[in-house]
Design a protein around this ligand. Structure first.
Ligand code: ZN
Length: 451
């Protein structure tokens, strides 16, 4: 890393010795205290303050990053660090600086105070994803101080706007400033690399779920049309009735199950580990995952959930139109089939409009990067198992995929067996154990040096 100052004799001994593990909890807490709520409509505080914090932490150890704004207040930080072997293809390591909003009244603690309680740091972003931001930042500082280089030339990014589809963050950077990703072939980021504790014939064992696939997003609006009229007169062309019938058909539809490679590999691996077969039924096997099974259930088939309704304006008026929002998530290759099925279920009086779409991803569960992620986890937690899985949601890896970059979810956390981790994403009382953060910082550092 080009940082001659880091080895200067006047560097204070106390900070010169600090490792990523020493600093990760402090940084995570400080990031949580900067409210970067993303309401999806530009009404929030934006990421600028968090981005300036990242810039200052980097500058303090002699690292010069760039702060880019897609629009006022919507800030992304990016820097490129030359690798030990600059001839190898580049890597991207990225996080997002925004968080989903939090309603303080629902929480046990102030969601933006980063209170430390029961060995955990509590607050919005503790798991999604200021924890990983802190691991990345702490490791950059350690690399700079030690004068070491990552194994591969690495583009580090702290994105804006992930929680609203990355329009003002990852998609913007990839479209407007793709040069940051020149030579980059692979990426690692959020929602993978955390442990679940499962029962096995030899007692409880930890399995780390590494994210190798993501479902695609199809946000649809249903528009029902009918005949307006007086609320006292029979009407067999009521738009609300037509919409309700369409919603009923969509909700009742059983999407056929199809196990894509990453799902099949997870189920097989889990079955081997737990000695729980699943040919006769999946429920006992999924139950071994505890709270994390929700993540997996969303990836067994396509899904369509109605999330918003809009129709009518007066108690005694039959409206001529009504509409509903549907959040559809599809497995790789299913996009057109899902859309076709929804159009069919909607029926002839209900139009289907595509509001937003983004691709599904599936990366190979093989190759040297996968091997590096596995080995870094296993060096830190020997005896554990590493399994692939598909994420039912989406990440900034979708945007990077448009540049041909293969993305994985690898934000390593060794979690206590009884912590119900998965529901904390966008949930209340989000918190991360300090020990897990320190473990993650160590594993990520090991990975950056050896990948
Ligand atoms: Zn996230």
């Amino acid at each position: 890393m080009p940082n001659p100052d880091a080895k200067a004799p006047f560097a204070p001994a106390s900070t010169a010795l600090l490792t990523a593990e020493d600093e990760v909890a402090r940084i995570c807490g400080e990031l949580i205290r900067i409210d970067s709520s993303n309401y999806g409509d530009d009404s929030g505080p934006g990421e600028r303050a968090a981005a300036e914090y990242v810039m200052a932490e980097l500058a303090e150890v002699g690292l010069e990053a760039e702060l880019l704004e897609s629009r006022p207040g919507r800030a992304t930080v990016v820097l490129r660090v030359e690798g030990a072997d600059a001839s190898r293809p580049g890597l991207a390591v990225h996080g997002h600086l925004d968080v989903v909003p939090a309603t303080a009244a629902d929480w046990q603690v102030d969601p933006f105070a980063a209170e430390e309680r029961d060995g955990c740091i509590w607050g919005r972003g503790a798991v999604d994803m200021k924890d990983m931001d802190a691991m990345i930042l702490a490791n950059l500082r350690e690399l700079a101080r030690s004068g070491a280089r990552p194994a591969r030339t690495t583009t580090f990014v702290f994105f804006a706007d992930e929680e609203a589809g990355g329009v003002h963050g990852s998609h913007w950077l990839v479209d407007r400033h793709p040069h940051w990703f020149e030579g980059v072939t692979e990426a690692v980021s959020e929602v993978g690399g955390y442990s679940v504790t499962v029962p096995t014939p030899d007692g409880e064992r930890r399995a780390y779920l590494l994210q190798t696939a993501e479902k695609g997003i199809l946000w649809l609006r249903l528009h029902a049309h009918g005949r307006a009229g007086h609320g006292s007169v029979p009407n067999d062309e009521n738009a609300i009735v037509r919409l309700a019938a369409a919603i009923g058909r969509i909700a009742a539809h059983e999407w056929p199950r199809e196990y894509i490679a990453s799902v099949r590999q997870l189920l097989d691996g889990l079955s081997t580990l737990t000695q729980q077969p699943y040919a006769a039924g999946l429920d006992p096997l999924l139950a071994t995952l505890g709270g994390a099974q929700g993540f997996v259930r969303g990836t067994l088939q396509d899904t369509a959930n109605v999330t918003m309704l809009d129709g009518g304006y007066k108690h005694n008026v039959i409206p001529q139109s009504a509409s509903a929002a549907v959040d559809c998530r599809f497995l790789p290759g299913h996009e057109e089939a899902l859309l076709g099925t929804i159009r069919e279920l909607a029926g002839e009086h209900v139009e289907v409009e595509v509001v937003h779409r983004d691709i599904a991803l599936e990366a190979p569960w093989a190759g040297s990067l996968v091997e590096s992620m596995k080995q870094s986890l296993l060096r830190a937690d020997p005896g554990a198992t590493v399994l692939p899985y598909c994420l039912s949601g989406g990440t900034d890896n979708k945007a990077l995929a448009s540049l041909g970059i293969t993305g994985y979810g690898f934000a390593p956390l060794r979690l206590p067996a009884d912590l119900d981790f998965a529901p904390m994403f966008h949930g209340i009382d989000e918190r991360v154990p300090v020990d897990s953060l320190r473990f993650g910082a160590r594993v990520l550092g090991d990975f950056l040096r050896t990948c």
